[in-house]
Design a protein around this ligand. Structure first.
Ligand code: UDP
Length: 505
């Protein structure tokens, strides 16, 4: 009987790493492999429902919060991101998983044939070497971002820029992509990282994790960014685009009634039923990922923009956005005499907490997506064939904005000048400084009207919106074809498995 491959998957404990790596685990299991996913007790509870194959097991390891000086329960990056100090401790705790993981690998039956970790899990290198297990990296960002950031790191443009707002071009790429220093995450900015979001530190982890891997898997597809995939391959050797992994799990995608979505609160059920009643492509969906912290002032402007757009909408407000300003936001949302929700009743749905994003985006009624441009969200938007209003906040999100607007041509900028700065906890006290300028409601409204084609009756605008929509639909078709049998990502998964088998010979 053929040997059943055993893959050990080790994500950074952050939604944007756990979700796509679990999707990839589902995909490997469907190909007949056995998959073990390392997790922690709280993350296990949150994510277990997305596992859909008896060939997958999760292995919760205690997250050393106390030892690393973290409050109990801080097992996911989304619980610490607004504090540079807690983020540092979170990465320390993550690093401390090395010893228990080494023990676990030694005891695991059957022994793993291959380890796949996401970036920033640098500590996996030693246990993998100790047990002589081939290790691969799973990239959670695009080849476009990876290559542009590499090209910028080789150039001196950003050092030479006299101000934060001076524009410079990314050299040696086929598209005209301009950045300012203010838009670059601290990973590629030459500035001191001490006041920022620990990106220098994260960058070191990422670099170490990339050292000595047998190959790199990217959650993207060749047709989406072929020039950048080839460029990244030239820099890094074996690279396989195997995505979009969110599409590989057909049973998690929304099929009209939301029946496949497990553990959803009833309000989510309601919202999916509500979507069924809306016209095709008429609804705008607004969500800012798992990590962005949004001030009360900004939350209100977003709401006013959605209201003034006149489009039906679903708007997700993360629980953490509200932590420091919960009462103020809740009062504004839910006041009985003319509060936001009362004013938009019938036309808008507010989800507090977590939304089934892939399901919502892939509903036929959704035509536009206000997004913070995280890579997973970007790719999920591409798969759904929706136009996007781009609202990057930090990390590599400005790269993704440029990719959506300037390369793919399926987005409209809301118009943000630079990365948010969490270092002074400005978002907690709503005392926004220049780095955290509030985007006003009229800009939100105008951008939404452009993507929804309701901007004005002028013929020129209608044609531009129509072109963007056609492009978005074309890309969604290409994404589906990439993961179907014989498609580029489908073949790349086979090539990757072939490479693992070759390493074992
Ligand atoms: N997500 C979701 N529901 C939410 C918010 C986010 O399902 O309410 C998912 C989203 O579909 C994506 C991931 O969380 O898969 C967020 O990853 P992304 O890279 O877009 O952004 P990040 O959270 O890292 O900022």
């Amino acid at each position: 009987m053929a040997h059943q491959l055993h893959f050990l998957l080790v994500p950074l404990m952050s939604q944007s790493h756990i979700i796509p790596l679990t999707d990839f685990g589902n995909l490997l299991a469907r190909q007949g492999a056995f998959v073990s996913i390392v997790t922690t007790p709280l993350n296990d509870v949150t994510h277990k429902s997305s596992i859909r194959n008896h060939n997958i097991q999760t292995i919760p390891i205690e997250f050393p919060c106390r030892e690393a000086g973290l409050p109990e329960g801080c097992e996911n990056l989304d619980t610490v991101i607004n504090s540079p100090e807690l983020t540092r401790r979170f990465f320390r705790a993550s690093q401390m998983l090395e010893a228990p993981l080494e023990k676990l690998i030694g005891e695991l039956e059957p022994k793993p044939d291959c380890i796949i970790s996401t970036t920033a899990v640098s500590w996996i290198k030693k246990p993998a070497e100790k047990f002589n297990i081939p290790r691969y990296l799973f990239e959670t960002i695009s080849c476009f971002s990876l290559l542009c950031s590499h090209k910028l790191s080789l150039s001196s443009f950003q050092e030479d820029a006299v101000s934060d707002s001076e524009k410079f071009l990314v050299p040696d790429i086929p598209h005209r992509i301009e950045f300012t220093k203010a838009q670059l995450p601290k990973t590629t900015s030459s500035e001191d990282s001490s006041g920022g979001n620990n990106f220098e530190e994260i960058k070191d982890h990422v670099k170490q994790a990339r050292d000595s891997v047998k190959g790199i898997l990217v959650n993207s597809f060749h047709e989406l960014e072929h020039w950048y995939v080839e460029g990244y391959k030239r820099e890094n050797g074996k690279v396989w685009c195997i995505g979009p992994v969110s599409l590989c799990n057909t049973d998690t995608s929304f099929s009209g009634g939301g029946k496949n979505i497990i553990n959803k609160p009833s309000s989510v059920d309601d919202c999916l039923t509500w979507l069924d009643q809306m016209k095709p492509n008429s609804v705008i969906y607004a969500c800012f990922g798992s990590l962005c912290r949004i001030s009360a002032d900004q939350i209100k402007e977003i709401g006013l923009g959605l209201e003034a757009s006149n489009s039906p909408f679903i708007w997700v407000i993360r629980k953490y956005d509200q932590d420091s300003c919960a009462a103020e936001v809740e009062e504004w949302l839910a006041a009985e005499d003319g509060g936001f929700e009362e004013r938009v009743r019938g036309r808008g749905v507010v989800i507090r907490g977590w939304a089934p994003q892939v399901a919502i985006l892939s509903h036929r009624s959704v035509g536009g997506f206000v997004t913070h441009c995280g890579w997973n969200s970007t790719l999920e938007g591409v798969c759904a064939g929706v136009q996007m209003v781009t609202w990057p906040m930090f990390a590599e999100q400005f790269y993704n904005e440029k990719f959506i607007v300037d390369v793919l041509g399926i987005g409209v900028r809301v118009g943000v000048d630079g990365c948010l700065d969490y270092s002074n906890n400005n978002n907690n006290n709503n005392n926004n400084n220049n780095n955290n300028m509030v985007v006003t409601w009229d800009r939100v409204k105008n951008a939404i009207k452009k993507v929804m084609g309701t901007e004005s009756e002028e013929e020129g605008n209608i044609i531009i919106t129509k072109k963007r929509r056609e492009k978005a639909e074309e890309l969604a078709k290409m994404a589906r074809e990439a993961v179907e049998e014989g498609g580029s990502s489908f073949l790349n998964v086979s090539m990757f498995i072939g490479d693992v088998l070759h390493q074992l010979q």
